[in-house]
Design a protein around this ligand. Structure first.
Ligand code: PAF
Length: 516
């Protein structure tokens, strides 16, 4: 199979026109392709199957991102070899423009972009002054010409990824950013085009960095202290000249006290001989937690279940736990307004949710399965009231927090982001208009074989329930301050799940939670 090599803008335009409807998955590079680039191309290729997308790899050593005295003129260039590498990984075409192709009249005649100063105050940005402005300027230009559906970037250059994500978001560019984890050689060194500069002896010294980072992340998981000064001196002892070694917030890229943080980035740049190397590791002391809250009938259960499955996370349906208690209270004829009676009944109650391998959840109450019983309209009608009882909330919140200790869950309910898991990495407020929710509820009832009241009645019921849920004194339904709102009117379940996965990926790097 031949790989198309495009040079000019008209080459690119003609290639685009050849197959009008095929979306483009774009991998921008500076050439000297290695396993890290190959992984990007493969990811672009594999997600292209369902949409018959074509993978375009650009090769352009961008002078705007090199400072005077850096290695622009000596940066390794080998187009033929790069073409073979790109083709073997699944690229459909390479675009290798000259500088004049991108800036025909010379760079001073074109807009340039300044990356937000807050995002380049630390890490590489603090040491390579105009670097990220140069990256943002060129990537924006490439995106304008290529007009891809998806843009693939490596997490190895984490600061670059954060800045480019913000560029895409802020300018409203119609491209989805996908990131892939840092790829490492067998000895642990992160692949970089600059590894070529290292002598064997230097490479052996350079390995101190990834080893140290890995060691520290393991320490962090067991809540042990990390001493940045000590780490710096170990690097120095190994002849690595430390440019920076910092712990920063993964998104704002500002310094954090790692010991107060549950999730941050430990990143470093070192000089090994004449070669500058960067590397990082994410510090996290439990698996990620996703909190999905929202009003009744917003489709939380179906969506959360599907989303958890796609990401290999465990689904925790807290609503089912409240339904289980409601069912029990009704069955035992307990007066929920009699606090003493309620507390007594709850003390011997054990609600558990087991997920079978098939993904079907089994709701257990003191070892009795009541998965079907809790879906009865009688339970639906009473669950809000029961869930507003302090004793009930206290009991189930404690149980949910316990289940979440190790993380790795998608918890769905009404107060997850605000009360149960306030430190969840991703909080989503999933909602839909009351009319849309009434229509969905009607369909659910039909599917479960129950009779369906008229839509207006259902909508009134839903509005009434919203009111109770959001005005109750204890754990009311509120959108947590840091939650992202997703209004799902007119969206299919798959579309909602895809959107959630995209939002998840903005918060949790593939390096931390790889499955998709
Ligand atoms: O990561 C790189 O190789 C470059 O910074 C990029 C994104 C291709 C822009 O020149």
């Amino acid at each position: 199979m031949n790989l198309t090599i495009l040079k000019t803008r008209s080459d690119l335009e003609n290639w685009r026109k050849q197959s009008k409807n095929q979306p483009i998955h774009f991998v921008p590079t500076m050439g000297c392709l290695h396993q890290g680039h190959k992984a990007l191309i493969k990811a672009a290729k594999s997600s292209s199957k369902e949409q018959l997308a074509r993978v375009l790899v650009s090769i352009f050593v961008n002078p705007l991102q090199f400072a005077k005295g850096e290695d622009f003129s000596t940066y390794p260039r080998n187009l033929e070899q790069d073409c073979n590498t790109a083709m073997s990984a699944g690229a459909s075409a390479i675009w290798a423009p000259e500088f004049e192709t991108l800036f025909p009249k010379g760079k001073e005649h074109y807009f340039t972009i300044k990356a937000p100063s807050s995002l380049k105050e630390y890490l590489c940005g603090a040491h390579r002054k105009d670097h990220f402005d140069g990256v943002a300027t060129i990537v924006l230009r490439l995106l304008n010409f290529v007009r891809p559906k998806k843009l693939y970037l490596g997490e190895k250059d984490w600061q670059q990824l954060v800045i480019l994500r913000q560029l895409v978001k802020e300018l409203g560019l119609q491209v989805e950013v996908r990131s892939i984890p840092t790829v490492r050689d067998k000895d642990g060194l992160a692949y970089s085009s600059r590894n070529k500069y290292l002598t064997a002896e230097e490479r052996a010294k350079a390995l101190t960095l990834p080893k140290l980072l890995l060691q520290e992340s393991i320490q962090f998981q067991s809540n042990k202290d990390i001493d940045l000064n000590k780490l710096s001196s170990i690097l120095k002892k190994n002849n690595l000249d430390v440019e920076y070694l910092e712990t920063v917030d993964c998104k704002s890229l500002t310094p954090v006290n790692y010991y107060k943080s549950k999730f941050c980035l430990l990143a470093a740049a070192v000089h090994c001989g004449n070669t500058r190397l960067i590397d990082h590791i994410f510090l996290m002391n439990r698996k990620p937690i996703v909190a999905i809250d929202g009003p009744a009938g917003a489709g939380k259960s179906t969506v959360s279940k599907g989303f958890a499955k796609r990401l290999g996370l465990i689904y925790l349906d807290t609503g089912a736990m409240y339904r289980a208690v409601t069912w029990f209270i009704q069955k035992e004829n307990i007066n929920p307004d009699n606090e003493k009676e309620l507390v007594k009944a709850l003390s011997n109650l054990n609600v558990d949710i087991n997920l079978a391998d098939s993904g079907i959840q089994h709701v257990m109450l003191n070892d009795q399965e009541i998965s079907n019983e809790i879906r009865h309209p009688k339970v639906t009608a009473a669950v809000s009231k029961i869930a507003s009882k302090a004793a009930v909330r206290e009991k189930l919140t404690a149980q949910q927090k316990f289940i979440g200790l190790k993380g790795g869950i998608v918890a769905e309910g009404r107060d997850i982001g605000s009360t149960v898991f306030p430190d969840a990495e991703l909080k989503v407020f999933l909602t839909a208009s009351s009319g849309e929710r009434a229509r969905r509820r009607a369909n659910d009832l039909i599917n479960q074989g129950f009779s369906v009241p008229n839509l207006q009645e259902l909508e009134n019921e839903i509005q009434e329930r919203d009111k109770i849920d959001s005005t109750r004194e204890i754990a009311p339904l509120v959108k947590a301050k840091d939650a992202k709102e997703l209004v799902t009117d007119g969206m299919t379940i798959d579309k909602v799940i895809d959107t959630l996965i995209r939002i998840f990926r903005e918060e949790i790097p593939a390096e931390v939670w790889p499955s998709n």
